[in-house]
Design a protein around this ligand. Structure first.
Ligand code: ZN
Ligand code: ZN
Length: 250
């Protein structure tokens, strides 16, 4: 196994039965990386057979609740188990400031420097974090601070967009990528998000090896089978729709 991806949550801001909010677990040898941590993520982590303290790196894409809401709960769970939470939390610069303020308002006195030390690593777009894998941030078209992440390990690449409109930058990065995990929030053109037609017109001549669609609102979730087929047919890209706890190995 080189890389294993587990979709923890494939929903978005409006609850849908069976879909937690944004969360993806990426496993490379000796590391477990969590991408976003929306509502339901710690529960799905447990359901996937992973312990909360096995995760070592967390990457957060932006400030919206459906991507960060359960971060305090995850950190607290790890602290309850071990009296520490050793996550490296990779964030856009502005998000670090906001999260520190939020944590200090919540569940005092657990979230302060004497108890839980929060180990943030600010990563700006185009900057890279290196371990036995690498994580590079890239700009997305969503909020002032939003960014996606490209994870590379042993020549294999995964891209996770977080929330975004379709963009030339993501299109270029997606050429020959092993897995592109792209949001599909909407059936109609929506500012800051991706809809079916925009995706098709932008990615029609791009060649990711596998596309995984995620971040569904109820109208998309209802039609996801036909939307997935349409995208696959019109772009020629092998496409699967996200489902909670679905795993993909490459
Ligand atoms: Zn979102
Ligand atoms: Zn958002």
């Amino acid at each position: 196994m080189d890389i294993k991806v587990t979709l923890l949550g494939t929903g978005a801001g409006v609850p849908i039965p069976g879909r937690a909010q944004s969360g993806i677990l990426v496993e490379v040898p000796k590391h477990k990386i969590l991408l976003d941590c929306g509502m339901g993520t710690p529960l799905r982590i447990a359901e996937s057979g992973t312990a909360v303290d096995e995760i070592d790196t967390i990457c957060l894409t932006h400030e919206h609740l459906d991507h960060i809401q359960d971060i305090p709960a995850l950190i607290k769970a790890s602290w309850l188990k071990n009296k520490e939470a050793k996550y490296k939390i990779i964030v856009p610069k502005e998000l670090k400031k906001r999260l520190i303020n939020i944590f200090r308002c919540l569940d005092a006195p657990h979230f302060d420097d004497k108890n839980i030390m929060l180990n943030f690593e600010v990563l700006n777009p185009e900057e890279e974090f290196q371990d036995s894998f690498s994580i590079k941030a890239f700009d997305t078209l969503h909020t002032d601070m939003s960014q996606g992440y490209e994870i590379t390990h042993d020549g294999k690449r995964i891209i996770y967009t977080g929330d975004t409109e379709v963009s030339e930058k993501i299109k270029n990065l997606s050429e020959n990528v092993d897995i592109l995990i792209h949001e599909l929030s909407s059936l109609k053109k929506t500012k800051g998000h991706t809809d079916t037609e925009s995706f098709i017109s932008t990615f029609a001549d791009t060649s990711p090896k596998l596309l995984i669609l995620t971040h569904f609102y109820p109208d998309v979730a209802e039609k996801i089978k036909e939307v997935t087929k349409k995208i696959e047919k019109e772009t020629g890209i092998q496409t699967i729709s996200g489902k909670d706890l679905r795993t993909i190995q490459i």
